[in-house]
Design a protein around this ligand. Sequence first.
Ligand SMILES: Nc1nc2c(c(=O)[nH]1)N[C@H]1C(S)=C(S)[C@@H](COP(=O)(O)O)O[C@H]1N2
Ligand SMILES: [Mo]
Length: 508
Amino acid sequence: MRVSIRSGFGGVAAAAAALGLAELAALVTGARSAPIVAVGGVVVDHVPAPVKDLGIAVFGVHDKTALIIGTVLLLTAYSFGVGVLARWRWALAVAGVVLFGLVGAVAAATRPGAGGTSVIPSAVGAAVAVLVLRHLRRRAGAAEIDDGAGRPYEVEESRRRFLRDLGIVAAAAAAAGIAGRMLTSRRAVTAARESVALPAAAEPAPVLPAGVEVPGVTPYVTPNRLFYRIDTALVTPQVDPEAWQLRIHGMVRNPITITWADLLKRPMVERYVTIACVSNEVGGDLIGNALWLGTPIKALLDEADPLPEADQVVQRSVDGWTCGAPTSVLRDGRDALLAVGMNGEPLPVAHGFPARMIVPGLYGYVSACKWITEIELTRFADFDAYWVPRGWSALAPVKTQSRIDTPREGSTKAPGPITIAGVAWATHRGIAKVEVQVDEGPWQTAELAAAVSADTWRQWSLTWEASAGRHTLRVRATDLDGVTQTPQEAPPAPDGATGLHQVTLDVG
Ligand SMILES: Nc1nc2c(c(=O)[nH]1)N[C@H]1C(S)=C(S)[C@@H](COP(=O)(O)O)O[C@H]1N2
Ligand SMILES: [Mo]
């Protein structure tokens, strides 16, 4: 029994050594060829239908951490099993390690943009795992039981040596893993980003009118560090602007490739645009508003000269992720930008450095490709972008929504005048009216804060004479087309949640 447990730990240590060395090897072959990241990436791209139907449109930061922790736990259990097996059936244990290496290698080799060397980290890891496993198996006292040869160690001595070697392997694995990670992040584009000097905008942003903000409501401009982040990337793509290119091709008469220097020479505009995630629940916070600096994509598309049948513009990221938006929308004159700046800085790496798309009025998953490197003109009938085969709509204009930011759900207030306030958005259509309902009372028109453009959210407020008791507040918005938000509740999938945000509070 004790020997089995020791052998199990030997298996875990062998797996740790394998992953540590694989991280080091991935320094040469690319961060996405490291087995954990490669396998995680495959899992992300093949989320089973039940999970998808729960409405996890897109992986947020927490989903990724959960995925990595889950993978490590599974791996620990698996390698413990392989370690125990090593004591009884060496050949089977080796097969277990080979399988583990194969899974990593196949995952790495099939990732978008993977080269032939991407299998190396998994292969190196598996080889090291076999060596470590063999050594620790001997040390664990398995050898003499298995083959009956050799003189058994004294129990104490054997245990001491096993623990010492286990410690050495664990330390070496951790050192290799940490060194690999650290060197990878040193390679990161942080330095390149810091040395970018953004061009001035030919058309600077409108000055924010006084009174765009109501006290107690989310800031009108979302600071970069608070801006929601959603993408499928397990390791944030590190794109060197000097090596960056954007290719516009497909069904065009004049394919174009531009470099970073070319891009920075193009006319730049600065615009406030609110972007939202289709996964945002009613009342949720997967939405943000920033000042984007970018060049209008319409001009670039006009230069490429799309064929009339090319009804879809597919944007492709360096990591293979794609989204597709109607060509007509990107050319209708709205401020659809190939953006390089966010709130006065180069795009943060997590938000797409060096370049991404921002399209007012469309959800991010159909329009806002980060780390963009390719634009392909095609037809909706010919190509499904990333989320479409996963059950999300190919066309996804942002739905009119409103949210109560104050008072908070479950709060307690004194009777008397209370400010009810929040945000509303119908991006690119604009907000015409916001109304609030207290309990089952009449809908009351709220006061709208100053508007910057139809492309951004708008704050609103209403003063309410609160009487003692428990109350429920509801909000609804009407867009400038005159369409009022539906009270009908729908989940985020397939094209955005609907329903009215409500907040319950106690007055007394
Ligand atoms: N390369 C890439 N771009 C992407 C995504 C992605 O998974 N990969 N997700 C999209 C989604 S679903 C949204 S909502 C926005 C979010 O942009 P943000 O993370 O800058 O807020 O990015 C879009 N661009
Ligand atoms: Mo999203």
